[in-house]
Design a protein around this ligand. Structure first.
Ligand code: FME
Ligand code: ZN
Ligand code: ZN
Length: 415
């Protein structure tokens, strides 16, 4: 019989098969409900979209009128190519060196368990919070959160939580400073299409669909290079520039064996993953797309699917202040430092999380996954987390949760 410790509970949570395209949500939720109830926390499961439950765990504060603190994590994981792993991705195998291998070990099942374990420890020490603490477990983050956090954040259930400050996942740090994130980049799905007259494969002529698409592909590649050059020159971080990466090309006339080789097609299309940092001007980007990347004079059209907002309703870039103007930030920073930890310079996250839905509401949110001296392995083969790093994270959250939930606020500000 396996012993019951924070590590074995982490392993149990890691063994649920939560990878897309068929994530199991019911089993991990019933595990989390059991855990939360054994600690004496209340739980509520809400389905905004059928089969895609959100779990809300609550620790009531002594003054529930004060804005609450929310700790979020997602239930789902990206797929794993099992044959390319040294241990099966849902085995949560722990090596003699303490490395726990699992898809989700870093992204982001670690924090999901650490939140609960830290509260377990705080409770056993007799700590009780002034502010109410909520933990949310949401589905569908890895595919954009549209049926998960997007719906939850837009619900009256969420408004009623009266969240004053929130935390969500961050990323591992290869060095010895904890990384923290004050913004995400906003993803756009860009598709550019070209049309042209078809023709014999042997003919040289202008304005073919392929030729027109290729011109754009080259222009986009040049733009990509200018952005990447800033990064390579050390002038900007990856997450501070606009990235645009081709994700598919679609063209050609199908045949039984592949493609017809002596026909120039009448349509061609390319798809791009485009990400904008919060300071980027979306209108400048749109103008560039319309005038340079997909101009109608080259018979081109385009569609942009914006998967998030760059500006709040005051027109300000969506980001959380990490200076003295945000009292929550100071409380958080001091709480991490009280554990002997050091914070790296706050960063923008290169990718995108559910944090954007909460920041868009005007709620300050810091992205944070306490993992130092750990290689960044999210979405990679052989994702692992060292047991000692996981345990240290529990201690960090004990400090963070007790400090934030005890924060009395600033008298002239309604927080
Ligand atoms: C369209 S939002 C997609 C969210 C996803 N999140 C994690 O990888 C990402 O691609 O960053
Ligand atoms: Zn994640
Ligand atoms: Zn992820």
């Amino acid at each position: 019989e396996e012993e019951d410790t924070p590590i074995t509970r982490f392993q149990q949570y890691l063994r649920f098969k939560t990878a897309h395209p068929n994530p199991n949500y019911t089993a991990p939720i019933s595990f989390l409900v059991d855990q939360a109830q054994s600690i004496g926390l209340t739980t509520r499961t809400i389905e905004y979209v059928s089969g895609k439950p959100v779990l809300l765990v609550t620790w009531l504060g002594s003054n529930p009128k004060l804005p609450s603190i929310l700790f979020n994590s997602h239930l789902d994981s990206v797929p794993a190519e099992a044959d390319k792993w040294i241990h099966p991705p849902f085995s949560a195998h722990r090596t003699v060196d303490g490395l726990i291998y699992a898809r989700g070990a870093q992204d982001d099942k670690c924090i999901g368990v650490q939140y609960l374990e830290s509260i377990r420890n705080l409770k056993s020490r007799g700590f009780s919070p002034l502010r109410t603490v909520h933990i949310s477990y949401v589905p569908e983050e890895e595919i954009g959160g549209f049926d998960g956090m997007a719906k939850f954040a837009a619900s009256s259930d969420f408004t009623e939580l009266n969240v004053g400050f929130a935390m969500d996942e961050g990323q591992a740090s290869p060095g010895d400073e904890f990384r923290v994130f004050f913004a995400d980049r906003t993803p756009w799905e860009l598709v550019i299409r070209a049309e042209g007259i078809p023709g014999h494969g042997a003919k040289l002529y202008d304005n073919g669909a392929m030729e027109n698409l290729m011109k754009s592909v080259e222009l986009i590649a040049k733009f990509r290079e200018t952005q990447f050059d800033f990064v390579k020159a050390g002038e900007a971080a990856n997450s501070e520039v606009i990235s645009v990466n081709p994700v598919y090309f679609k063209a050609g006339t199908p045949s039984n064996t592949g493609f017809v080789m002596n026909m120039q097609p009448s349509e061609a299309e390319a798809g791009y993953d485009l990400r904008l940092p919060p300071m980027a001007d979306p209108d400048v980007m749109k103008k560039r797309i319309a005038e340079e990347w997909a101009p109608s004079i080259r018979n081109m059209t385009y569609t942009i699917k914006e998967k998030g907002k760059l500006r709040d309703h005051f027109g300000r870039p969506i980001m959380t202040a990490t200076n003295g103007s945000n009292p929550w930030w100071s409380v958080f920073k001091q709480a991490v430092e009280a554990t002997g930890g050091k914070l790296a310079k706050p960063e923008i996250l290169a990718s995108t999380t559910d944090a954007r839905y909460i920041r868009t509401l005007g709620i300050p949110l810091v992205g944070f996954s306490p993992m130092i001296n750990t290689p960044i392995l999210l979405h990679d083969h052989n994702e692992f987390l060292k047991d000692t790093v996981f345990l240290k994270g529990i201690e960090v959250y004990e400090s963070v949760i007790s400090a934030l939930s005890s924060f009395e606020g600033v008298s002239d500000q309604a927080i």
